[in-house]
Design a protein around this ligand. Sequence first.
Ligand code: ZN
Length: 298
Amino acid sequence: MRAALWSALFAACGSAAAATPARMPTLPAPHQPLQCAEDAGWDDPMPPRHLFGDVWYVGTCGITSILIASPQGHVLIDGGAKLGAQRIEKNLRALGVDLKDIKYILVSHEHFDHVGGVAQLQRDSGAVVLTRQEAAASLKRGKSDRRDPQFDVLDPFPAIANVQSIKAGAGLRAAERTIINVPMPGHTPGGSGWRWRECEGSVCLNFFYSDSVSAISDKTYRYSDAGALARPMQQTLSRLEKAPCDVLMTTHPSSSHLIERLEGKEALVQPQACRKLAESAKTALKLRLSQESANTAP
Ligand SMILES: [Zn+2]
């Protein structure tokens, strides 16, 4: 299916952006070693890293944030936790990126550990925040509602301005690539993945930024209740399983060994990674549903 293009198409850039191309990131020298503990906290800082093409890791040791750079304006995915904006902005500055050149912030899901820094990042950049319609109200309010499996135990986050909805399967054009929204409800009602084809010279790879796929909840929520997220999660996992996926990135880097892959300890390109992540999440969901039917869910 041909993706519908997001209508704004960097409209915010206007003609001024065309006249003055965005400054492209450059690797700071000297190359600082990564010092992430195995049980790294969400706000533990790490220096930025180049992934491939014009894609950069600008998150922390515990929470992923991705920069997709283009002379027409940059795109950022996710904004980290409490200190997310501070950490991400420091990394962007280290790469020589002007925050005002960020035109869109794409969001995975409406939980404070991934959007805690988005309000400030949006303020400092002036970017449009793009999400699925199911997450938009929560992002604007800074709090989820009872449709969220973890509602009773979630921390609020700073309310986000300039939130717009993107249709499932629609695309955002950013220079020569189209970043496509992949609906991934299950962990939350409004979860999104984002995929695109990234090229470096003549080599092109399918990049997939997966939302969290864990079926965890507070003490009252039941995935198996009518209208709850069991069925949407199964559909999400089928989508993840079949996705074009050479390079998997996950909202928590540990879920895809992203730090190890950035350090060169494991291969960056792992074409089976989406399928494997989907399989393990399917097994966990089955267990969860059987626990609910036996009244032994945690
Ligand atoms: Zn979450």
